[in-house]
Design a binder for this molecule. Sequence first.
Ligand SMILES: Cc1cc2nc3c(=O)[nH]c(=O)nc-3n(C[C@H](O)[C@H](O)[C@H](O)COP(=O)(O)OP(=O)(O)OC[C@H]3O[C@@H](n4cnc5c(N)ncnc54)[C@H](O)[C@@H]3O)c2cc1C
Length: 303
Amino acid sequence: MSVGLFNRAVAAAMPFVPRSLVWRFSRRYIAGVGLEDAYRTVGELNALNCSATIDVLGEDSTDLEQVQSAVDLYLEAIRDIHAKSLQCGISIKLSELGLRFDVERCREAVRTLIASAADHGSFVRIDMEDSSVTSVTLDVYREMRREFDNVGIVIQSCLRRSEQDIAELMDEGPTDVRVCKGIYIEPEEIAFVEPDEIRSSFNSLLEQLCDGDARRVAIATHDPALVEHAETLIEKLDVKEDRYEFQMLLGVAGNLRRDLVARGHPLRVYVPFGDRWYAYSMRRLRENPNIAGHVVSNLLSRA
Ligand SMILES: Cc1cc2nc3c(=O)[nH]c(=O)nc-3n(C[C@H](O)[C@H](O)[C@H](O)COP(=O)(O)OP(=O)(O)OC[C@H]3O[C@@H](n4cnc5c(N)ncnc54)[C@H](O)[C@@H]3O)c2cc1C
């Protein structure tokens, strides 16, 4: 059986796997269910010379109550991060803040969070979701950066439009971008599907940002080939430390992370937490069955 088929089969079987077993896999990638879990993890990362960004798990809110509780949790986190002097920002998903049913409420929520983060010396990264919301997400970012300095966006190298998006963003104003491959499976008409095409796009977008005048670039990958290319580029273009950082997910590629920190690169870890961890894990699996391969190897290595 091919690896792809195997991963799809495992992903299809996942809903029948007991929650407790899914938690065994998920806990490596998720700080826990509450804010205190997130602070503890961030504190540990800070002690290892890594900054962090926390993400309240949840997406596709369906009513205003869910939006408000996400906003409240993030506001509490922003205050606590400041009070505890943690090196940590926040990452938000617009669909969690109501994008899919009330764009105005979503904008208001985003503005509230960025304003509070600005008051507390913190930073807000707007995560990028699937291609149905790319344009509106970029528009919200454009609107926010007109008012605030402490906001950044994400660009996915799998999307064919990304080069154009970056060119326009940089033409229009100060741009702070996290580049990643993109986790959502997208149709071939709008997306690169071959791993090498996605890698090559990642490398050229990074060059476009570093060589142009992007204010800051976050290099979000665990792919050793991309990390190596990025390190070479940083050296070649003499990109200063206040203009870039590497970013990795909690629980992934620990050795590579430690190597990068040891070589003196700024590195931030993405720390998801919250009681919606189960829905999050299942959704990720449905969207991208390749993650199922990681699930199985993780379960086996812990057995
Ligand atoms: C900080 C950060 C923020 C991100 N934000 C977004 C976003 O806003 N929108 C979006 O669409 N995507 C986001 N992603 C996900 C990203 O798009 C990729 O899907 C993910 O990083 C895997 O791609 P990779 O470059 O690491 O390469 P891959 O080739 O997928 O992975 C390289 C190696 O890393 C390991 N690995 C990678 N991912 C995992 C995992 N989940 N579990 C266990 N091992 C793993 C494996 O060993 C793999 O062989 C983010 C990723 C990071 C690191």
